[in-house]
Write a protein that binds this ligand. Sequence first.
Ligand SMILES: Nc1ncnc2c1ncn2[C@@H]1O[C@H](COP(=O)(O)OP(=O)(O)OP(=O)(O)O)[C@@H](O)[C@H]1O
Ligand SMILES: [Mg+2]
Length: 344
Amino acid sequence: MQVTTQEPRSQPIYAVDRLIVDLYTDKRTIRAVDDCSFSIKPGETLAIVGESGSGKTVMTLGPLGLLPEGIAVHFRGKALTARGDLLAVSGRHRSAVRGNDFGVVFQDPLSALNPMRRIGPQLAEQARRFAGLSAVAAKTDAISNLRRVGIADPEDRYWRYPHEFSGGMRQRAMIALALASRPKILLADEPTTALDATVQAQILALLKQIQAEDGLAIVLITHDIGVVAGMADRVAVMYAGRIVEEGAVADVLKTPTHPYTQGLLSSVPDLDTPIGERLTEIPGAPPDLSSLKAGCRFVPRCFAATPSCALARPPLAPLSSVTSTTPTHRVACFVMQSKCQEPI
Ligand SMILES: Nc1ncnc2c1ncn2[C@@H]1O[C@H](COP(=O)(O)OP(=O)(O)OP(=O)(O)O)[C@@H](O)[C@H]1O
Ligand SMILES: [Mg+2]
């Protein structure tokens, strides 16, 4: 897979290829991500959805070395940027690539902002470190980034502490911090989940505006189907460490095909769903990721499962029928694959 940081926009700027992530806790080994691949192009938004614990955060932030400390992690596969494979470089080089190419927005701004330090100098330090600016230029840049994310009176706010900002303003400041290194890819892990609906809509509009101006690629983890419909070009659905369905948002939301996706979207009426419409729970529980069996992991909860579903892992393959092919809409389900191949 080739990746690029420049035009043409049809080339991926970041590609995760057959990623496997094992987490070692005191007692168990958890396969949090099991053979997942995705890629993203400049200017594109990929949403990642799935139940809690399905591996969204580990898949997205793991290759950047951003998992919580205190847990041993083993990666296999590739995470390709134009500067190389994030998983093949040393920790120091990885943080340099991360700082240069990636901006990260978390649900909790205090994951990124130091509560003990004033906001502006934190932004300026990031710009000095990764964008190579002088001290004076970095301060000007920080003020301009604060203004850009909609913070009024940025010269004054530069000297404020995070606790002096409201929740929405802290989120804006974190976005300014993420932009300080002039990233090409923004990874946003539930960036608006903790905010009320009005502020949420403002923050999403801001992300869209920045994306349009800078051509940023955005990987957006969300539980909110309204956010997927309003923000994303493509969506990947995760279940128990695997991507079970992936495609253009219009295809996946209009024709959810994997039984898990169907269950997840069952309460959502249509693409006009307003922001704030959260994905529903499906009866039953996901499997224990420390003792996984062969076959499709959704079998115990699946309305369509046949005995053979438990025997082999279904590949994520394009949907096809006798008369049409939808190569960008892919699903990992033997039953639905075979249905799509029946004459229509
Ligand atoms: N620090 C950790 N220690 C132990 N297990 C972890 C840790 N972080 C993640 N896991 C496990 O890895 C798996 C994937 O977790 P991950 O955080 O990626 O899920 P997620 O889809 O982001 O969930 P959520 O929607 O709740 O954020 C889960 O089984 C989780 O319990
Ligand atoms: Mg998560």
